[in-house]
Design a binder for this molecule. Structure first.
Ligand SMILES: [Zn+2]
Length: 479
């Protein structure tokens, strides 16, 4: 009998689990578990969490490593596998485009399904919808929408135009609601890029979000308090839920008072969340509205603080003007380390990357956001404890989405029944490696990353040809 049992146990065929993560230090931010455990995974879900060894068809030994819920990035513009690969090595298992969103939600979900390394999802795009609603741009937008260039187009044309009449409003509203019916996770609203959007227009968008009971993800107007206050006021006035993206670059020197205001608004019951990335430089399109006004005075920086992605060169007045006509991505050195440390120390600030589409020389945050927080801000600067940082990388972003995407209740946690999305890292060595010169690089010290029970990174290497990512969709269309 003993012999038979030993024989059966030795055969993978009779293994109880598809995959076992053995001997790891399991940290779960929901239950506050922080202890050695073995995790058994079956059919893409966590099926057992045990102090005793488990038998799997395959086993990954996590001795000496932390096993955390996979990181959930609410803010990634890198919505393809080339970008996903860098994020995967950074511990990300879900990468969502919620700030800008996409213009055609149905097409986006269809195109990525079965082909994505990481879980994916999007908002319905306010900039794209208003652009398609503007009558005088209809011919242009039709062309862009057909050629997939709409995301770029919204940054270039029509941004200064105001919606003129109810017909344009209703076209925009129709398109936003269509995106929600197709599975969008809320509305992506970025008045910083559409200065033609009046305060009234943005207020009406918040009213819609409140009526539809969907969250807004917003890059607020301007560079300081005015935009944050507009978002807080709109949320208070309408009852809409709002998530303010990259608080660090949207507030800069005013971050202490803005953090205080957001904390106070939360205490008063306003559903407002925010996020930051752990870098002192931002990145965007040089042709965008962010450079329309006197950005040098507003930001207290000059041409030399701008870095051209394609070559890494710092700009001059001449090259700035040349590249602005040409269009392309620029890195902006505009923040101070103490502002970032403050954001990274705040208990409610979610970590999100604002990953730019992968390109050599792109902002390194696309491959280093999470490893940088764990290595620099947790281990070296002690701005947050390990479990607090994990909470702000996994549980808090999952909770932000639960009202519109109940499936998120099974992410951001390590519990029986949760999706087997895991980031497995060495707390003593994890660190980012990309710089503003090299662009995104694979992080160090994150040897294994599991998405829906499938390893996408194993022993520090990308596992080729696996696409376990699934669509995270909103429930608006099925309520
Ligand atoms: Zn932004």
């Amino acid at each position: 009998m003993y012999f038979l049992r030993a024989l059966l146990a030795a055969l993978p065929l009779f293994a109880q689990f598809d995959l076992v993560i053995a001997n790891g230090r399991v940290i779960d931010p929901e239950s506050n578990l922080d202890a050695p455990r073995h995790i058994g995974i079956r059919a893409g879900k966590i099926a057992a969490i045990s102090p005793r060894p488990l038998k799997g068809a395959k086993t990954i030994d996590a001795k000496g490593l932390v096993v955390a819920p996979g990181f959930i990035d609410l803010h990634s513009h890198g919505i393809n596998n080339a970008s996903n690969e860098y994020q995967a090595h950074d511990g990300v298992t879900t990468a969502l485009e919620l700030e800008l969103g996409v213009s055609d939600v149905k097409r986006y979900i269809k195109e990525r399904t079965g082909k994505a390394m990481l879980n994916f999802g999007t908002t319905a795009s306010h900039p794209a919808s208003r652009m398609m609603g503007l009558k005088e741009l209809s011919a242009e937008t039709a062309k862009w929408a057909a050629s997939d260039d709409l995301q770029r187009g919204v940054k270039e044309q029509g941004r200064e135009l105001q919606l003129k009449d109810e017909e344009e409003y209703s076209k925009m509203t129709f398109l936003l609601e269509q995106g929600l019916k197709e599975g969008a996770l809320g509305l992506g609203v970025m008045p910083a890029y559409t200065p033609g959007s009046t305060r009234s227009e943005i207020y009406r968008v918040y009213q819609m979000a409140a009526r539809w009971r969907v969250p807004i993800f917003t890059h607020v107007r301007g560079w300081t308090e005015e935009g944050i206050q507009e978002a807080v006021a709109n949320a208070a006035g309408t009852g809409a839920s709002v998530h303010i993206v990259h608080l660090n670059s949207s507030t800069r020197g005013t971050i202490p008072s803005m953090l205080e205001m957001i904390a106070a608004a939360r205490k008063r019951g306003i559903d407002i969340t925010t996020e930051a990335y752990p870098y002192t430089a931002g990145s965007t399109f040089i042709e965008s509205a962010l450079f329309d006004d006197d950005w040098q005075t507003t930001l207290g920086i000059t041409y030399n603080d701008l870095q051209w992605q394609a070559t890494g060169e710092r700009l001059t007045k001449q090259t700035f003007e040349k590249y602005r006509k040409q269009g392309g991505v620029v890195i902006l050195h505009l923040m101070k380390p103490e502002w970032i440390k403050m954001a990274m120390s705040s208990p409610f600030v979610i970590v999100a990357s604002d990953t730019m589409p992968y390109a050599p020389g792109a902002h390194p945050r696309g491959g280093g956001t999470y490893s940088k927080v764990l290595g620099e801000y947790v281990r070296e600067l002690k701005a947050a404890t390990l479990i607090e940082a994990i909470r702000r990388m996994s549980l808090l972003p999952a909770q932000r989405l639960e009202s519109i995407a109940p499936a998120m209740k099974n992410k951001g946690r390590i519990k029986v029944g949760a999706d087997a999305d895991l980031a497995i890292f060495d707390a003593a060595t994890v660190r980012d490696t990309g710089t503003y010169q090299t662009g995104p690089q694979f992080a160090q010290g994150i040897p294994h990353v599991i998405v829906n029970g499938v390893a996408v990174v194993e022993n520090g290497k990308t596992v080729p040809g696996v696409f376990p990512g699934t669509a995270i969709t909103g429930n608006y269309g099925t309520r």
